[in-house]
Design a protein around this ligand. Structure first.
Ligand SMILES: [Zn+2]
Length: 486
């Protein structure tokens, strides 16, 4: 009889990472089944806010010429989506026909906002169960984790799902296309944390260090097409670019603040088909090597069927064999060991709930978020993120986003929903007004960049702002000109 382990064949699309036959169990001793159950409930809850949109709109479309349309439409929307629709989009249906594209975009934004509003309640069941929390990070000798994944929507579940890491005050996530974070921006972030640390504003900051993590990605089943778009789907280029960028950051800080000032750096690759990770082992100088790594997928298969203690030892041993006396620091070793162990739960999760490999291995985002992303929603493929201060600067990211949505939405007759979002600090006088003005500038520039889409009504922008200090999250800013013009 074949064992569950023998069924695991990670390299081919026809054979998902691990097949579970009927009646067979494919459970790993280091997997937190209860946490997986809670995360699955979260995934269903969040996806469930978006999945009924299309059918609900089809229902509305079917009775748009009835006498009691508006009241009936609101009842259906409330029942199926949990919110009502803007009257302006319903009232003229009898004469002008229902603007289903506008309604679709509105619903996507509105469902997203619902997720933001419900963040606390949604994430409560699993938040305290994460293997990597603030105390653990501190025990590894780090006061700050500054993580830059690729902006690709498939990496949005990185923290709770792939890393099993709790969001907390010590963890910052800033996504960039190709994980190519902005060195100057990072030096500024590092300086700000150092200043806070030196003024006693960070618990445990007096002894800890700053850790920068770059997360690139690849696709094991379709490496040439479904890898990182920013690096032409080339795994080698993605790895090298992250290695170089981390080295540049260390150099930038050492050259500015003196030798020994540089933060620790860590590079992690992620297989977006299976959520397995590849952790690169930094040397004693914290330099990363594209060729020196441990892969969690291999570990999962090797340790399946072992006791928890044996599996743990096997993870430690895999790191020892891969490091080739590179001088891995003890705190870093502890963190890497835990990241690999924690990811085993996610591999199991994808096996159990997504048949070992996501059904849609490519893009499947709901909208484009342009400007600054919100970190509240942490689930795979919810939005494509174009990080930008001005459209000129972020144009390549925006163009990639529009291209992705030409395939996802426009071919289905749907518009491209673009949420233009910026943060402000309520501690800074006038900051909100400036954030709103910035939203308006960026929105106007996006419409100018894609005039045809805009004129055809295939581009729907919604502006929103959030307070980085207070409680305001994703407040929609109404666009007076647009409303009057349509
Ligand atoms: Zn990418």
């Amino acid at each position: 009889m074949r064992t569950a382990g023998a069924l695991c064949q990670p390299e081919s699309l026809d054979n998902p990472a691990c097949v579970i036959g009927s009646g067979q169990r494919c459970e790993h001793a280091l997997v937190d089944q209860e946490l997986n159950r809670r995360l699955y409930a979260y995934e269903n809850q969040v996806r469930g806010r978006f999945s009924p949109i299309v059918d609900t709109l089809k229902t509305l479309s079917a009775f748009q010429h009835e006498l009691d349309f508006v009241a009936r439409a609101q009842r259906v929307a409330q029942d199926k989506l949990g919110y009502t629709l803007p009257l302006g989009l319903l009232e003229n249906a009898w004469s002008a026909g229902l603007d289903l594209r506008a309604l679709h975009s509105y619903c996507v934004f509105r469902s997203f906002k619902e997720c933001i509003t419900q963040t606390e309640a949604d994430q409560m069941p699993w938040r305290d169960r994460m293997l990597i929390d603030a105390a653990f990070i501190q025990s590894c000798g780090y006061h700050t984790l500054d993580i830059s994944p690729c902006a690709d929507g498939r990496l949005q579940g990185l923290l709770p799902f792939v890393f099993r890491m709790a969001s907390n005050d010590a963890v910052y996530v800033k996504a960039y296309a190709g994980a190519l974070f902005d060195v100057e921006g990072d030096v500024a972030d590092w300086t700000q944390r150092e200043l806070m640390r030196l003024s006693g504003g960070i618990p445990g900051g007096d002894s800890g260090n700053y850790l920068k993590i770059a997360v690139y990605h690849y696709s094991t089943s379709n490496p040439c097409q479904q890898g990182c778009a920013a690096h032409g789907s080339n795994d080698g280029l993605a790895k090298q670019a992250a290695t170089d960028r981390l080295a540049e950051l260390r150099d930038a800080i050492e050259n500015t603040y003196g030798r020994g000032a540089a933060p620790d750096t860590l590079m992690i690759g992620m297989d977006t088909d299976t959520d397995a990770i590849r952790v690169h082992l930094p040397d004693s100088e914290s330099a990363n090597c594209p060729m020196r790594f441990v892969e969690s997928a291999a570990l999962f298969h090797e340790t399946l069927g072992m006791s928890a203690a044996d599996a743990q030892r096997a993870v430690e041993q895999a790191i020892v064999s891969a490091e080739k006396s590179c001088g891995l620091q003890p705190g870093m070793r502890k963190l890497i060991t835990r990241l690999l162990e924690a990811n085993l739960s996610q591999i199991q999760y994808v096996i159990q709930h997504h048949e070992g490999r996501y059904a849609v291995i490519g893009h499947n985002e709901r909208f484009i978020c342009a400007g600054e992303a919100m970190s509240e929603l942490q689930l795979r493929n919810k939005f494509y993120f174009a990080h930008l201060d001005t459209v000129e600067e972020g144009a390549p990211d925006m163009d990639v986003g529009i291209k992705i949505f030409s395939g996802l939405n426009i071919t289905r007759g749907l518009a491209v929903p673009v949420l233009v979002h910026f943060h402000y600090s309520s501690r800074v006088p006038g900051a909100r007004e400036r954030a709103v003005a910035r939203c308006k500038r960026v929105q106007a520039a996006i419409r100018d960049r894609y005039p045809q889409l805009h004129q055809q009504g295939m581009l729907h922008c919604q502006m929103a702002v959030s307070d980085s200090e207070g409680s305001e999250r994703c407040t929609f800013i109404e666009d007076v000109v647009q409303q009057a013009g349509h």
